[in-house]
Design a protein around this ligand. Structure first.
Ligand code: GLP
Length: 259
């Protein structure tokens, strides 16, 4: 795992966008997209790269991590709609090639299995963007999620619903249930790139990167992955004990070595 410390959130977003840009130029055809405030800077910079540098998503299939059960894709806070608004509308990614679990499927369990099958058939995802919840969740895998889990229905903690209430009219409007890729599903991507910014993420980042691998911190599965990059700003890096080493690596990076 490599930990990359950037001065601020914008810089962290640009770093992750750079990783994706490089992967697409190298022929990547499948991307894994995350939702949440942390990835907005990434999408902003990808849109800029599309406009100014000719970065094209025309050959790319994109897979979302998760979706709220009960929200139709037209709901402004459904993750399908968030990705459309924040990324798809600004680049040449074909909306038909953006795949998400359907939150209004009549049988969510069956929908979860369908999504897992689609992902398995098209995958592996080459680069998976991840955010992290303050409780260490990735996707919507709350603490206690099986490290071997596949896409399935999950019940959100009230803490997560409270965190996400900022996007809704209040906590009561935040759905209780979701479909999320599992931790094993996420782990099948070739490159995991987690972005975390702001002081409220500092504990979760330290637990994920330097704590034990544990279902109590789902993001700690990155420690088991052969290619994981954690991009943080100074505020989110604040609780990392090995900061001097991460900075040392950055100062002595072999010329031409990518992430
Ligand atoms: C949500 C999403 C996650 C995201 C996390 C952090 O619950 N399901 O994929 O990583 O919360 O969100 P934010 O970046 O807004 O803090």
């Amino acid at each position: 795992m490599e930990v990359v410390i950037r001065p601020d959130a914008d810089d962290a977003g640009r770093t992750v966008a750079g990783i994706i840009h490089h992967a697409i130029v190298e022929g990547t055809k499948t991307l894994g997209l995350a939702t949440g405030a942390s990835s907005l800077g990434v999408y902003r910079d990808l849109a800029r790269r599309h406009r100014q540098e000719g970065l094209s998503f025309a050959d790319v299939d994109a897979f979302l991590l998760d979706e709220y059960i009960g929200l139709p894709p037209s709901h402004p806070q459904s993750y399908a709609q968030v990705i459309r608004r924040e990324l798809v509308d600004h680049v040449d990614l074909d909306p038909v090639r953006v795949h998400a679990p359907r939150g209004t499927a009549s049988d969510p369990q069956q929908e979860a299995r369908r999504f897992e099958r689609t992902l398995t058939a098209a995958g592996p995802v080459a680069v998976q963007i991840l955010g992290i919840g303050v409780n260490g969740h990735i996707g919507f895998n709350e603490p206690g999620s099986s490290l071997a889990s596949c896409t399935r229905l999950k019940t959100l903690t009230d803490d997560t619903r409270r965190d996400n209430a900022r996007f809704f009219g209040g906590i009561d409007e935040v759905p209780r249930h979701v479909i999320t890729q599992g931790l094993a599903t996420i782990g099948r991507a070739s490159h995991l790139v987690l972005i975390a910014t702001g002081p409220h993420k500092a504990y979760a980042v330290a637990a994920a990167v330097e704590g034990p691998v544990s279902a109590m911190c789902p993001a700690s599965i990155l420690q088991l992955h052969p290619h994981a990059t954690v991009v943080v700003d100074e505020l989110a890096a604040a609780r990392l004990e090995q900061q001097p080493y991460y900075r040392h690596i950055a100062r002595h990076r072999p010329a031409g070595q990518g992430y």
